[in-house]
Design a protein around this ligand. Structure first.
Ligand code: NAD
Length: 476
């Protein structure tokens, strides 16, 4: 094996300010009743910037600004004019892609290779895609004259900060709603750069408002009377709380929650290709992926072969500096998330599963976790049931397709699944029976703005993306 020379992306392209206010009514403003917090680089624990924390009064200001923009400008604006703004935003995102990618990797810890080649291109693609719908809503199959709902209150997690923002904001604006969005407290910086992009695009003030803060800010937003639609992506526990608080109101709600996906490898699958898919399924974005293939189901007859190839491949993964273009696995997003991963993996060992990681040197500072697999896992183990949200794979086996279906569906979640086989008929047979919103065949973690995404059971309800994603923001 040869050593790679360091190939760090320069961070000079990012112009970080020491502190950021709230983005309300088209301007950055100081919080009235909130405080502030630091956003840190999880790869170095260095504080990147001081960010405003919005209190309930600030959230109220943001919702009022959004309502005014809805009533006076954005709601009445013809779809073709809204589309021009969305196309403009999409183009600016492309022009500033490098800056956005570097900032995303700094604030989140994900490898630059992923923020540059996956996150940011998909963000731009989302805005382009929904820009195209803005003047065609009457032809979306949702009735002749679907109407916007009003102000959308949107709360997003930290694993794909800007991509989750795009999934929320692009369809909301295309359909004529205005938004107040709260990014996650550990990754607010690309949302604030997006606010600058809204200014650069001359988006009318108040159409997009960004309120930063933690859970209390999110709660104030989803409980605000002026919000007509709540869109939440995050953990199932918080999703449940939000569903309770919205029940009995006139608010519309979509929830994109956790997952514990099965990635199923049959004995006729091309092993090397399947191993790439397994690695992508669980080590992409450090496994901080709601639809991660965190349970590997391997047919017993190829178990030894697949495991040996997987371990060989894992030994090649490069863990380290997120800004290095050779890095495969970056930093864990926060100390709290690292602690959660550690706790669950310790439970895995205590329950009797066998743990393996390739030899790898982790940096001294920052939050790191080596790619890990557990074998000898049974369905009752916590590591086979709970979402770990880290680079940790639980390996189980099966003998027949029916047993694979049974085990794959044996989870409270239902967000995604993967099938690896040479036979098209088996793919269709399996896909019919898997209770998962997305089923990938001979690939994994592929995303496209034209394709709806969402869950079954405790993975949530409603769909984002595609034509289906319009419906969540329209009164049809
Ligand atoms: P989280 O639920 O703790 O936080 C998500 C967001 O909700 C954050 O912005 C947080 O500040 C906010 N929040 C916390 N408490 C709140 C409250 N009471 N009311 C309103 N908002 C509140 O989740 P997380 O740890 O940031 O993200 C990880 C989770 O997100 C995982 O479970 C993952 O599976 C899920 N996720 C799902 C999808 C999907 O599309 N289904 C995508 C990405 C992540």
């Amino acid at each position: 094996m040869f050593e790679y020379a360091p190939a760090p992306e320069s961070r000079s392209v990012v112009d970080l300010k020491p502190s950021y206010g709230l983005f309300i009514g088209g301007d950055f403003v100081e919080p009235g009743d909130g405080g502030s917090f630091k956003s840190i680089n999880p790869a170095s624990e260095e504080a990147l910037a001081e960010v405003a924390e919005a209190g309930p009064g600030d959230v109220d200001r943001a919702v009022r600004a959004a309502r005014r923009a809805y009533d006076e400008v954005w709601g009445p604006m013809p779809g073709r004019d809204r589309a021009k703004y969305l196309f403009r935003i999409a183009r600016i995102i492309q022009e500033r892609a490098r800056e956005l990618a570097v900032l995303e990797s700094l604030d989140n810890g994900k490898p630059i290779r992923e923020s540059r080649d996956v996150d940011i291109p998909l963000v731009a693609a989302h805005f382009f895609y929904y820009a195209g719908w803005a003047d065609k809503l009457g032809h979306a199959g949702l009735g002749p004259n679907p109407r916007p709902l009003g102000v959308a209150g949107q709360v997003i997690p930290w694993n794909f900060p800007l991509l989750m923002l795009a999934w929320k904001i692009a369809p909301a604006l295309a359909t004529g709603n205005t938004v107040v969005l709260k990014p996650a407290e550990t990754t607010p910086l690309t949302a604030l750069l997006f606010a600058e992009i809204c200014q650069q695009a001359d988006l009318p003030p108040g159409v997009v408002n960004i309120v930063t803060g933690a859970g209390a800010t999110g709660q104030a937003l989803v409980e605000h009377d002026g919000v007509a639609k709540v869109a939440f992506t995050g953990s199932t526990d918080v999703g449940r709380q939000i569903a309770r608080s919205v029940a009995g109101t006139r608010k519309r709600l979509t929830l994109e929650l956790g997952g514990k996906a099965a990635n199923i490898v049959f004995d006729d699958a091309p092993v090397d290709q399947a191993v790439e898919g397994i690695v992508n399924g669980i080590f992409f974005n450090q496994g901080h992926v709601c639809c991660a293939g965190s349970r590997l189901l391997v047919q017993e007859s190829v178990y030894d072969e697949v495991l040996a190839a997987l371990k060989r491949r894992m030994a090649q993964l490069r863990v380290g500096d997120p800004l290095d273009k050779n890095t495969d696995v970056g930093a864990i997003n926060s100390a709290a998330q690292l602690e959660r991963i550690r706790t669950l993996t310790e439970i895995g060992s205590a329950e009797g599963a066998q743990r393996w990681s390739p030899p790898c040197e982790l940096p001294a500072r920052g939050f790191w976790f080596a790619p890990t697999i557990f074998t000898g896992v049974s369905q009752t183990h916590r590591i086979a049931r709970d979402e770990i949200f880290g680079p940790v794979l639980s390996v189980l086996t099966f003998r027949t397709p029916a047993e694979a279906v049974e085990k794959a569906n044996n989870t409270p979640y239902g967000l995604s699944a993967g099938i690896w086989t040479d036979k098209g008929s088996r793919i269709l047979w399996m896909a019919d029976r898997l209770r998962a919103g997305v089923v990938w065949a001979n690939t994994f973690n592929k995303f496209d703005p034209t394709s709806p995404f969402g869950g079954f059971k405790e993975s949530g309800y409603g769909r984002e993306g595609g034509r289906h994603g319009l419906e969540a923001y329209l009164d049809v």
